[in-house]
Write a protein that binds this ligand. Structure first.
Ligand SMILES: O=P(O)(O)OC[C@H]1O[C@H](OP(=O)(O)OP(=O)(O)O)[C@H](O)[C@@H]1O
Ligand SMILES: Nc1ncnc2[nH]cnc12
Length: 206
């Protein structure tokens, strides 16, 4: 299966968005919690720019039962798998990642936008719908051979997750899976990015 941008370093050193290349199921459709999670996500048309249907998880956070259901589903999936790193992507991965990390007894590693981390970092550029961005991770946060879970709120093109995977792998970690609360329908709930499975709870509403 062909992948673009899988190893970093596309044109101008910036990786292109990836192509889905595998099959991983979404959370079981029979799980009654998923409907509540989907219903708690507000869709804001034309934010932050015309034509974008923004899937806003802040409304989910206002409902403690639904927020807990969301965290619980992830904890239930990853408990007992030997994951020692939960890496969260700035900014919304910082909301869902830490409670999952605590429940798993794993460390939380923030993957931040440029020039936010004070220590020595490694960086990965990636392509957004318009322009580029970058994620950074502290050197020494991850030890070679550790098993990692990457968490964010939403996967759209997958460019952000691919940059996160590259960061963890450059540090020698084994990325077991990426988990997002929301995924665009084009992923059909099943995908791999950079060869890593992506677990999606609910489809993005557009
Ligand atoms: O799959 P992709 O096309 O890469 O997009 C997904 C990313 O976009 C959003 O973050 P954003 O870049 O808007 O940053 P923010 O969370 O700091 O607002 C979202 O939280 C994901 O991190
Ligand atoms: N439609 C969307 N809603 C929320 N965050 C996003 N990040 C990229 N696309 C998004």
């Amino acid at each position: 299966m062909v992948e673009r941008g899988g190893g970093g370093g596309g044109e101008n050193g910036v990786a292109a968005p990836p192509v889905a290349d595998g099959a991983v199921p979404v959370a079981g459709v029979e799980d009654p919690r998923l409907q509540g999670i989907s219903a708690a996500i507000r869709v804001v048309p034309h934010f932050p720019k015309p034509g974008i249907m923004f899937n806003d998880i802040t409304t989910l956070l206002l409902r403690p039962k639904v927020f807990k259901d969301t965290v619980d589903i992830l904890v239930e999936r990853y408990r007992g798998m030997g994951i020692s790193i939960v890496a969260g992507i700035e900014a919304r991965g910082f909301i869902f990642g830490p409670p999952v990390a605590l429940a798993l007894g794993a460390k939380f590693v923030p993957l931040r936008k440029p020039k936010k981390l004070p220590g020595q970092v490694i960086s990965e550029n990636y392509v957004l719908e318009y322009g580029t961005d970058c994620l950074e991770m502290h050197v020494g946060a991850v030890q070679p051979g550790e098993h990692a879970l990457i968490i964010d709120d939403l996967v759209a093109t997958g460019g952000t997750l691919c940059a996160a995977i590259r960061l963890l792998e450059r540090a020698g970690a084994e990325v077991d899976e990426c988990a997002c609360i929301i995924g665009l329908p084009k992923f059909k709930g099943r995908c791999k990015l950079n060869g890593k499975p992506v677990y999606i709870l609910v489809e993005c509403r557009q």
